[in-house]
Ligand binder design. Sequence first.
Ligand code: ZN
Length: 434
Amino acid sequence: MSILIKNVNVITMNKNKDIIEDGVVVVEDNLIVDVGDRSLISKYLDSEIIDGEDGILIPGMVNAHTHASMVVFRSLGDDVSDRLQKYIFPLEKNLVDKQLVYAGAKYAVAEMLLGGVTTFADMYYFEDEVAKAVQEAGMRAVLGETVVNFPAPDSNEPYGGLEYSKWFVEKWKESELITPAIAPHAPYTNSEESLKKVLEISEKYDVPILMHVAEMKYEFEEYVKKYDMTPTAYLDSIGMLNKRLIGAHFIHVTDEDLKILKMREVGISHNVGANSKGGKGTAPAVEMYKYGLKIGLGTDGAMSGNTLDIMTQMALVGKVHKLVNEDRTLFPASEILEMATMGGARALSMDAEIGSIEIGKKADLVIVETKSINMQPVYDYYSVLVYSANPSNVDTVMVNGKILVKNKSIKSLDMSDVTYQLREIKEKIQNFNV
Ligand SMILES: [Zn+2]
């Protein structure tokens, strides 16, 4: 049976950025099979009807970089200096276990879905637990096990993530909604040898690589001093840059680096919320977008950016880049929504399947209601989505043809046990002194 969504203003994000007011979208199984005006209603009389009540229908948003389970650490040590090395790594080493990763991921998945995110890219430890939570929820995700040069929460050996990744990739390779990946933490936390092993695994199984790149100023300075190359040029020199790589941040990059990223078709996650809060610097996202790079938006972990939804990022992208460049014409709202949807899909090399509302694409759809007081009036749909809306305006979310959020509540997960588990985890975290 088909599902027909009517009484919605369809923001297609197709090549022409067509908008269909009072539009209709028809879904069969997991695919979009028709898109048009209300005349379609008489063609699909047997369908189950969803009345969008004059809301805005957009493609599901893509969170191109996060660490879902880190939601358990949200609001902790926000203002600590050199937080990654002095705070996060010791905390994770002592407290992160399977139960924490699973409960955290389940909570984060619910938060993302309620905010209209239908696909996310994740790097963490015990990534199999994240996969279980994602599968339970029915969400779409690219999931990578972390590879790092010190004993990690799920391995006593440095680079234990390499072996874990092989097992993890084989386990999830045939999954419909989960794309397993491998996630070297960063260039400066991996040896050249381990990065080459990552590359081998990625090529052998044809899976993506997720990695933080050029996030830290010290990283940039260290690579220039040691190799006389930027981190981006260094990764290219060892063959790491290709279209399977999705790099998060790329803050410290040169014009030459952007040319390399374009030539190698590297995916980019721009994480302006986490970058600004961490005082890390501003990635040249305007140049990246204009230059036609594969750039999407990410939140980073909730310990870095505190939110996991992409709507919050959209407003920040506009505001930060207009401010830094002192130019309000930069990044019109339609370009920002494109990065949140098609851009993220391109970064993850999933643009043939998701990112826009077009016949033949996977039915990952979001209805944003326009009835709430903060949503009126509506003159420009893109501006409303980027600057007026917030995650609480997301009413209905469909992933792969299945309704996971309806009337602003999550349908596919029982949250009561997670809330309880999260309370237990919080107690452990509070009793731990870094
Ligand atoms: Zn990150």
